[in-house]
Design a protein around this ligand. Structure first.
Ligand code: FAD
Length: 318
């Protein structure tokens, strides 16, 4: 089922999750155990992140070139297929521009289509930074909108090359939105106009970056509606579980942690920090639900323990 159909058919509270593949060589069992832990909450769908490949060429002594492709966390498609077949939960693979040629993106989309996966999140991705890429930029999608266009083209039966037999795909496409604006954007209005362009290019729904003050999300949605974005906008939620998050989340995701939350986390004993994070998340979600939001999306890293606490409470409140 498409995410937009799931959203439409859902009730007053639908909670989806986002997980990351293990590092290269890691076991899929850990991921499947995590999904198993979410089954009781009947997730409408689960996103699986993707990690940018670094492509570089090494010059060999004989003057020829060897191509290297490095990915720290491969396996997005395999995990999605496993989630669908074992749990009958709709997976949403993330697909990136960075580090992938358009041909590789097309091949990945064909794989998804053959696997019967109808949903995909189209993202630009960031440089993972451990090698300077030497990929020919002209063969890559530069911005997420370019990838959205490529997927929309496939939905119309247009592939990169003109083909004699070109089956139409039928992807439902999600894109990222940023309540605090994307860090490269000069201002929020400019960023929202770029978001509108992604929607106009064929994106069907938006999932946001994490935020810690529910008002930021509500204002963001209002601004999006003002410029004519009508697709569903799903808030991305993150639970603070350790003191390091006070530095790591703002520096990695360019998000702001409110002083009140930071102070509570600082004052808590290390073993009580998750209680603070869980209570804060519940308050934020409760406010969002009170404002009429019915879909929440939780970013999960290694464990479902903390999110389970939040979701159990929210289900009682709903
Ligand atoms: P874009 O929409 O391309 O925007 C990037 C920036 O470029 C913005 O500032 C935008 O305003 C600007 N821009 C857009 N179009 C133009 C244009 N034509 N000219 C000039 N500027 C333009 N990263 C991963 O590596 N893997 C993941 O799985 C992943 N999942 C994510 C899921 C969600 C819900 C979110 C919110 C983010 C995720 N990210 C992921 C992070 C994301 O890849 C980064 O934030 C990245 O820097 C931007 O991606 P984007 O798709 O929003 O890019």
């Amino acid at each position: 089922m498409k995410i937009t159909e799931l959203i439409e058919s859902g009730g007053s509270l639908q909670i989806s999750y986002e997980i990351i593949p293990p590092k290269r060589g890691g076991s899929i069992q850990d991921i499947l155990d995590m999904v198993e832990g979410l089954v009781e909450f009947e997730p409408p769908y689960i996103d699986v992140t993707s990690h940018s490949a670094q492509v570089y060429y090494e010059e060999l002594p004989d003057g020829t070139w060897r191509r290297h492709v490095k990915r720290k966390r491969p396996g997005t498609l395999g995990i999605c297929a496993a989630i669908k077949s074992r749990f009958s939960i709709e997976p949403v693979p993330h697909l990136l521009c960075k580090g992938f040629s358009r041909e590789e993106s097309e091949d990945a989309l064909i794989e998804l289509n053959y696997l019967g996966l109808q949903n995909v999140m189209a993202l630009r991705g960031d440089d993972s930074g451990y090698r300077k890429p030497l990929v020919d930029d002209r063969t890559m999608n530069e911005y997420a909108i370019d990838l959205v266009r490529q997927i929309s083209d496939m939905n119309e039966g247009r592939y990169l090359e003109e083909l004699m037999e070109a089956a139409q795909a039928d992807f439902c496409v999600g894109v990222a939105g940023y309540p605090e604006k994307h860090f490269e954007a000069p201002n929020i209005s400019w960023d929202i106009l770029n978001l509108k362009r992604k929607v106009d290019a064929g994106a069907h729904y938006i999932t946001t970056q994490m935020f810690f003050e529910y008002e930021q999300f509500l204002e963001f949605v209002e601004r999006c509606r003002e410029v004519g974005i009508t697709v569903p906008i799903i808030p991305g939620m993150k639970i603070i579980t350790n003191k390091r998050h006070l530095q790591s989340l703002p520096s990695r995701f360019q998000v702001h942690i409110p002083e009140a939350l930071a102070a509570e986390v600082e004052a808590a004993k290390p073993e009580h920090v998750t209680d603070v994070g869980v209570e804060w998340a519940i308050r934020q979600c409760d406010e969002l639900l009170g404002a009429g939001v019915s879909n929440l999306h939780f970013y999960i890293l290694q464990t479902v323990e903390h999110v389970s606490k939040v979701v159990r409470r929210l289900r009682k409140l709903a």
